[in-house]
Ligand binder design. Structure first.
Ligand SMILES: [Zn+2]
Length: 251
């Protein structure tokens, strides 16, 4: 039963991952993502249903368009597989059905903003507003302990980035500030701080590696949203273990 349900979660995750790629790429460009079917960007061949099967289609077509052999980004199967894996993790991690729903929503927002921030360096307000509404609803049903920890988390998330922007305007943006506030509703005070610390550490480490291999340039702007997402993921799934470990270092 466990394996069967895990597999269903993985399957749905890959389908949602495929949908998130479409939404994440189209939403900032204001292209409708509901009625227009996906096309090959090179030859405009309209993809059939069997070209849209998550992960499998990419593998079967060896990463190329069926008609013109245009190379398809590996980010598609990567996003599909990652979302599948994270959806399965939600099922394993959450204790109640409400928590499963909350963690699925949480992962969905993170995947979407990673895509929009990497592609366009934006975190769309529409997405943040929609998920803020959903998070507040779920937190009303299943509040943190104490309930006001959500409010504290949102305020703290907002303020941390606000202070960083006051100190250095180039370092982070208004989108990062709003994102941290929205995530704070789910995570609460201590986990939003862990999120920020993990985002800074992973940003620094990955930034150095990318600079070393000349994948990014020193004076070019660099999206911070994906690192907030990474920090939030680690904090959500293993924040308590990390905080416990950190505090134990000093005792
Ligand atoms: Zn093509």
């Amino acid at each position: 039963m466990e394996i069967y349900t895990s597999f269903i979660f993985f399957l749905f995750g890959t389908i949602f991952g495929s949908f998130f790629m479409v939404v994440g790429i189209r939403l900032p460009q204001k292209i409708s993502f509901s009625n227009e079917r996906s096309k090959c960007p090179a030859c405009h061949y309209q993809l059939a249903w069997y070209d849209n099967i998550p992960i499998l289609s990419y593998l079967l077509l060896k990463g190329h368009c069926r008609k013109c052999r245009y190379s398809i980004s590996y980010l598609y199967p990567l996003t599909e597989a990652t979302t599948g894996f994270l959806f399965t993790l939600c099922y394993w991690h959450a204790a109640t059905p409400t928590e499963v729903l909350l963690s699925l929503l949480f992962i969905s927002l993170l995947i979407l903003i990673i895509i929009t921030d990497l592609y366009y360096m934006v975190i769309p307000n529409k997405l943040l507003a929609l998920f803020l509404f959903a998070f507040i609803l779920v937190r009303l049903i299943e509040p943190l302990n104490p309930w006001w920890d959500s409010v504290a988390g949102a305020l703290t998330g907002f303020l941390i980035i606000f202070i960083v922007i006051l100190w250095n305007k180039e370092a982070m943006g208004a989108g990062d500030m709003k994102l941290m506030a929205v995530l704070g509703v789910v995570l609460g005070f201590s986990h939003i701080i862990t999120t920020f610390l993990l985002a800074c550490i992973s940003g620094a480490v990955i930034g150095i590696v990318l600079l070393r291999f000349s994948i990014i340039q020193r004076n070019k702007p660099f999206p911070f949203g994906p690192f907030i997402a990474l920090g939030a993921l680690l904090s959500y799934f293993s924040g308590d273990i990390l905080i416990h470990w950190y505090l134990n270092l000093f005792t």
